[in-house]
Structures are given as structure tokens and as C-alpha cells.
Design a protein around this ligand. Structure first.
Ligand SMILES: [Zn+2]
Ligand SMILES: [Zn+2]
Length: 409
């Protein structure tokens, strides 16, 4: 099996990265250049970059071995020439575009890529905010076609190093727009600022690595506008500088959604493969819903790059209208049923309450009645006893009178 020992381009570039960050920091802090730094944010980015290198050493070998195994099945023997390197660079840049587009549109891959977007600042240190969990997305399979075409995995890794170095210097606000031809062909600071922005028109745009032509070709290019300055970060920002949370929060959130109780299997799968923000009840925001809401608020912006047309065709409008009506009707019906069920429940509860109240009253009455009867009987008896005594006293009095009368006679 062939083995090559090409230089580790990104590792060789680390001193250059550090020096460039310090120069940019100095330029921004002294007011000589545009930009913003926050110490904790930059430290987090540096920790993410370090973790990425460590993860690459520990886990990167797995994907590299898999591609090396595939190498034996290559179709062509391309050899090593300048043209092979250039072709590898070009095709791998296209592979990166495809990967990056999937990373923003499939939550399983977004879970890994989101951390690169988690900073609310945009400076050279943001470039180092790289993932630790890339292997787990299995996106290295996108390199398989190149290997099968005859590009050795070492050649692909070597050329991708240049791609990453290119992607470093474009993470800056200190450089405005560059020459027209350059902006047309290459991914530049201006284009990548758009990619990191959360403004509705900039969401899901400019996926390029080195060449912006892929975005222009596949309809995902959006120009940076002077009147809509980029706001950086993610739609729902993390509010943490903890690198562990930055690295794993979306994986945790995704699995929490996918394993939530009471969902159908298709909902669970959709939580893994649908775009970020998708939810089974439509309660969350996706880039589509954010763009649509923006156009509703700003109708004159409809149809501009990165934004949908406001007015859908009559058939589509009718569809949305009927869907809305049906949804409202269903919701209303559900509400009525829920209210009725609650009414019945309440009624049952009242009956039960009443029965227990009545039971209590009956019980009380019974004991009261019992008490009364006893009391009555006692009273009767008392009266009777009293009567008896009175009767006896009366009789004996009469008898006495009668005897006296007899004696008198
Ligand atoms: Zn991205
Ligand atoms: Zn970036």
C-alpha cells in the first residue's frame, strides 16, 4: 500500500495563526482597524481549536484508515503531479461545499458544525473555533468518491490543509470588500461574514471553502450589503463560554428531542435529519420561517438574494389558506372537545362532591335523628315518669282526701 508523508499544513501554520490573531487584536484595540474581541470568547475559541487538534489526532485516524482501506478499490491510477494536486484541491473544495451545506441543513451534522458559529464575534480567533466531534457525523464518506477516482487519502488531506489555511484569514472584519474579480472567484472576508451572520437574508448562504464559485453555481450566494450589517452568532445564542457546552450542547439537545416521550418514530428520525429548528409541532423557528417572517415585515425585500418571494402563486396561496383554515378548524375542534371533556370532568367531580356532601348530611341527619329519637324517648320517658309520679301523687292525694271524707261522714 502506498504511503506518503506530506507536511501537516495546518499544524505548520499555527505560529502564523497566533501571530495574525495578536496583530488583529492590536489593530482593533488601538482603533486602527474595525472589529471586536472579547477575552473570554477568544479563549473559548482557542480551547475549541486545541480540542480540535487533539480530537483529530485521536479520532482522525479512524476516517483516514477507512479511506486508506478504500484506496485498494480505486478506478484510476493518477500518480502524483502538480495537476493531480490541483484537481484534488478543486474537487475537495467542492466536497467541502457539499459537506458544509449538509452541515447547515441536517441537524445530525449541524450538531457538530454549530460550535464554529457559536461566537457572537467575528475575528481571526473565531476561525479556530472548530469541532471536536466531526468523526461522529460520518461525513468523511464524502471523500470516498475522490479516493475511488484515484486521489490518495494523503493527497486529499494535504490539499485540504491549504483549504483550512485559506478559511483562517477570511474570519475578519478588518478587511472590507476586495477586488471585483477576486470577490467573484474566491471566498473572501466579506462572503464569509455573510455565512456567519444571523440576519434572515444571510442564513444558509455562502457555504464555500476556498472558491465562492460553488455558491454562485448552486444558488446559495448572497452578497454582503452595506445597509444590512451582519449580526454574528446563531439564531438562539448559547450564552456560555464553557468549551464543553459549546462542543456538546447541540448533540444533547438533539438526542433530548429525538427521545422525548410520546413521539412517533418518524418524528424521532426527523429530529435527527431535518434542518436545525425543525420541530414536530412547528413551534420552533427554522431559517425558512425566519426569512418568510422578515419578508412579511419588509415586503419590498421579497425575492432579493437570500429571501423568498412574498407573493406565492394563486394555487399556492390557496393551499396555504386552506391549510391554515384546516389547522385552525382542527385546533378549534380540539379545544371544544377538550373543553367538553373538562366540563364532564368538572360535572362528575361536582356530583361526587354532592354525593359525598349528601352522604355526610344523611349521616349527620341520621345521627341527629338517632340522637333526637333517643332524646325524644328520654323526654317521653321523663314525661311518663313525671306523669307517673304526678299520677301517683294525685291518686294518693285523692285517696287521702277520700279517707278523710269517709272519716268525716
Ligand atoms: Zn457554517
Ligand atoms: Zn467560519
Amino acid at each position: 500500500m502506498d504511503s506518503y508523508d506530506f507536511p501537516q499544513v495546518t499544524q505548520l501554520a499555527i505560529p502564523f495563526f497566533v501571530a495574525a490573531i495578536l496583530i488583529e487584536l492590536w489593530l482593533v484595540r488601538t482603533g486602527r482597524a474595525k472589529g471586536s474581541f472579547e477575552t473570554r470568547d477568544t479563549l473559548t475559541s482557542l480551547m475549541m481549536g486545541t480540542g480540535n487538534v487533539v480530537a483529530g489526532l485521536l479520532l482522525g485516524v479512524v476516517s483516514y484508515w477507512a479511506l486508506l482501506w478504500l484506496w485498494q478499490f480505486r478506478i484510476f491510477n493518477l500518480g502524483l503531479s502538480v495537476w493531480v494536486f490541483l484537481a484534488a484541491f478543486l474537487l475537495d473544495d467542492l466536497r467541502y461545499y457539499v459537506y458544509h451545506r449538509i452541515a447547515h441543513r441536517v441537524r445530525w451534522v449541524w450538531a457538530e458544525h454549530v460550535n464554529h458559529h457559536s461566537s457572537q464575534h467575528y475575528n481571526l480567533s473565531t476561525a479556530l473555533r472548530q469541532s471536536w466531534t466531526g468523526l461522529f457525523t460520518f461525513m468523511f464518506v464524502l471523500q470516498a468518491p475522490l479516493v475511488l477516482l484515484g486521489f490518495h487519502p494523503a493527497v486529499i488531506a494535504f490539499t485540504f490543509g491549504f483549504n483550512l489555511v485559506w478559511q483562517f484569514w477570511i474570519h475578519t472584519e478588518t478587511i472590507g470588500k476586495m477586488w471585483g474579480w477576486f470577490e467573484f472567484i474566491f471566498n473572501t472576508p466579506s462572503h464569509h461574514r455573510v455565512h456567519h451572520a444571523t440576519n434572515p437574508r444571510y442564513l444558509d448562504a455562502n457555504y464555500a471553502g476556498t472558491l465562492i464559485i460553488w455558491d454562485r453555481m448552486f444558488g446559495t450566494f448572497v452578497e454582503e450589503l452595506e445597509e444590512d450589517r451582519p449580526r454574528y452568532g446563531i439564531v438562539r445564542n448559547l450564552g456560555t463560554f464553557n468549551p464543553l457546552k459549546v462542543a456538546f450542547h447541540e448533540w444533547i439537545g438533539m438526542f433530548r428531542d429525538a427521545f422525548a416521550p410520546g413521539l412517533t418514530l418518524s418524528y424521532r428520525i426527523n429530529y435527527l435529519i431535518k434542518p436545525p429548528g425543525w420541530s414536530h409541532d412547528g413551534s420552533r423557528e427554522t431559517s425558512e420561517s425566519l426569512k418568510a417572517a422578515y419578508v412579511r415585515r419588509n415586503p419590498s425585500e421579497a425575492g432579493k438574494p437570500g429571501l423568498p418571494m412574498a407573493g406565492a402563486g394563486p394555487a399556492e396561496q390557496l393551499f396555504w389558506l386552506l391549510r391554515g383554515v384546516a389547522r385552525t378548524a382542527i385546533t378549534h375542534q380540539r379545544f371544544i372537545v377538550a373543553t367538553a371533556v373538562k366540563d364532564v370532568d368538572d360535572a362528575n367531580e361536582t356530583v361526587v362532591d354532592n354525593i359525598s356532601d349528601d352522604g355526610g348530611m344523611l349521616e349527620r341527619n341520621r345521627s341527629q335523628s338517632g340522637h333526637d329519637v333517643v332524646a325524644g324517648a328520654a323526654a317521653v320517658r321523663r314525661i311518663a315518669d313525671g306523669n307517673d309520679l304526678q299520677y301517683e301523687a294525685r291518686i294518693s292525694s285523692l285517696l287521702r282526701d277520700f279517707r278523710q271524707t269517709q272519716l268525716c261522714i
